[in-house]
Write a protein that binds this ligand. Structure first.
Ligand code: C5P
Length: 193
């Protein structure tokens, strides 16, 4: 069976948690596409070459979850040649046999416009910054500023900006407990299977 669930949204909206839970619920494979951009950003040197030569081991470095790695990722993510180098891998993953969940910024709009299910997961910048701060600590005001800076860069870039696909189901997690957000996402997928 070929079945793609595209989950897009801004940083710390809950995409990762929801994506893993949806993949587990249906036995689908899961790809966190942000990890590709984080790995390219962390590599240093020429980002286009880094994207072209990316190997799976690059995705499991343990310094990829930091705020700095997120900022570096969003800076290399504006480069069209970087995005082009990562496209085929993501498309093949999306259409693999057995079902796939991909989370990112442009899955429903650019990588897999034919996805069977598209979810756009959001939450207010304050709620998302608070979650990141609980996870990573640091100065709360700076975490909020970084979340806003990254939103701004992701939404306003020319190539594959962050925006909901016209046929995406919107899921605002600002006032939802994790379990409730997962239940809604699973219900949307089940209704289309
Ligand atoms: O989702 P995550 O926070 O790990 O993504 C890091 C950065 O990678 C994002 O801020 C965005 O700039 C970039 N990204 C992207 N397209 C994707 C996934 C991530 O441009 N599909």
């Amino acid at each position: 069976m070929i079945f793609t669930v595209a989950i897009d949204g801004p940083a710390a909206a809950g995409k990762g948690t929801i994506s893993r839970a949806v993949a587990d619920a249906f036995g689908f494979a899961h790809l966190d596409t942000g990890a590709l951009y984080r790995a390219v950003g962390a590599m240093g040197g020429d980002p286009v070459l880094a994207a072209r030569n990316l190997v799976p081991e690059d995705l499991v470095r343990d310094d990829l979850r930091t705020l700095g790695a997120g900022q570096a990722a969003s800076r290399v993510a504006v480069i069209p040649e970087v995005r082009a180098a990562l496209l085929d891998f993501q498309r093949r993953f999306a259409r693999r046999a057995g079902g796939a969940v991909l989370d990112g910024r442009d899955i429903g709009t650019v990588i897999c416009p034919e996805a069977e299910v598209k979810l756009f997961v959001t939450a207010s910048a304050q709620v998302r910054a608070h979650r990141r701060w609980l996870e990573l600590g640091g100065d709360a005001a700076q975490v909020l500023a970084e979340v806003r800076e990254r939103d701004d860069r992701d939404m306003n870039r020319a190539d594959a900006p962050l925006k909901p696909a016209t046929d995406a189901v919107m899921l605002d997690t600002s006032d939802l407990a994790v379990a409730a957000a997962i239940d809604r996402a699973v219900a949307v997928v089940r209704a289309r299977l």
